[in-house]
Write a protein that binds this ligand. Structure first.
Ligand SMILES: Nc1ncnc2c1ncn2[C@@H]1O[C@H](COP(=O)(O)OP(=O)(O)O)[C@@H](O)[C@H]1O
Ligand SMILES: Cc1ncsc1CCOP(=O)(O)O
Ligand SMILES: [Mg+2]
Length: 271
């Protein structure tokens, strides 16, 4: 494996830029994730707004710097708001990020995800089972949790990136990011992370914050956000005694993580 080089900016430099911008990010996420995702973003240095109803979601997307869309607790009103917001983001040149939570589980979710994919997300972030199924293959997902390892999803992620022109991120014990041509793996984190609900959803929101800061570099922005989670997650696990104590320590580690420490501790390789 080769160490990936960042000819432009390192993940630490992107973190510093994100904090300096304190980007306003609109998140249409699920009821489970709303609170922890907003806290994760505030701790990391972004400004979250959870705005989802169809009456205002499109209007709000025009003032936000990025949009994230998560179908975890989907309803007709949420879906209308998602589509309005994604259209507005597209019209105003803002990046939007899709988290296709358990999209394979029901016909309603499958149809909604197909409609959202037509609106061209800049970045898609999911667990391995979600990405395998989104690329059209058979996955072992059970509800919102993955039943597949990341390595089983790498081919699907690359095919999906090429077909959709989106950057695709697969998370799990190892994370994999690809734009269909360049790929990276990010190591770190903790096996406590999938035992705390909505951390994947929160990560999708954080990807939105980095993409807001560098909309022209969705691959680098995604790698930086995942590296931040991996480093802060590993640090938090060293202090935690289980999933309950992990959550507050994780917020503290996100807030305290310096750009220098991110660059020193991130384990990123070209894939
Ligand atoms: N076994 C693991 N070891 C280390 N980190 C993990 C592990 N499983 C998940 N993570 C991390 O947890 C975060 C959420 O990812 P994941 O659990 O895959 O998403 P989701 O909650 O959508 O299923 C990511 O930062 C990922 O790297
Ligand atoms: C438990 C649950 N049910 C519907 S959405 C949701 C949260 C899923 O969060 P994540 O995908 O980050 O594990
Ligand atoms: Mg998820």
């Amino acid at each position: 494996m080769q160490t990936i080089s960042f000819p432009g900016e390192t993940p630490g430099q992107l973190l510093a830029a994100m904090r300096a911008q304190n980007p306003l990010v609109q998140n249409i996420t699920n009821f489970v994730a709303m609170n922890i995702a907003a806290n994760v973003m505030l701790a990391a240095g972004a400004s979250p707004a959870m705005v989802h109803t169809q009456e205002e979601a499109g209007e709000f997307a025009r003032i936000a710097s990025a949009l994230t869309v998560n179908i975890g607790t989907l309803s007709p009103d949420f879906l209308m708001g998602m589509k309005e917001a994604a259209k507005a983001a597209g019209e105003t040149g803002k990046p939007w990020i899709l988290d296709p939570v358990a999209h394979f589980a029901t016909g309603y979710r499958r149809a909604a995800t197909a409609e959202l994919m037509e609106l061209k997300p800049a970045i898609i972030r999911g667990n391995a089972s979600e990405i395998i199924a989104l690329a059209g293959s058979r996955s072992s997902g059970h509800g919102v949790d993955s039943g597949d390892p990341t390595e089983a999803a790498e081919g699907s992620a690359t095919a999906l990136a090429r077909q959709s022109s989106a950057v695709v991120a697969v998370t799990g014990e190892v994370d994999f990011v690809t734009d269909g041509h360049r790929s990276a793996r990010i190591m770190g984190g903790s096996d406590l992370m999938p035992r705390v609900t909505a951390l994947g959803c929160s990560l999708t929101c954080l990807v939105g914050a980095f993409a807001a800061t560098r909309p022209e570099k969705p691959f680098e922005a995604t790698v930086a956000a995942l590296a931040m989670f991996a480093v802060a997650g590993g640090q938090a696990a060293a202090e935690a005694s289980g999933p309950g104590s992990f959550s507050p320590v994780f917020l503290d580690r996100l807030a305290a993580l310096s750009p220098e420490a991110l660059d020193a501790e991130a384990r990123i390789t070209g894939a």
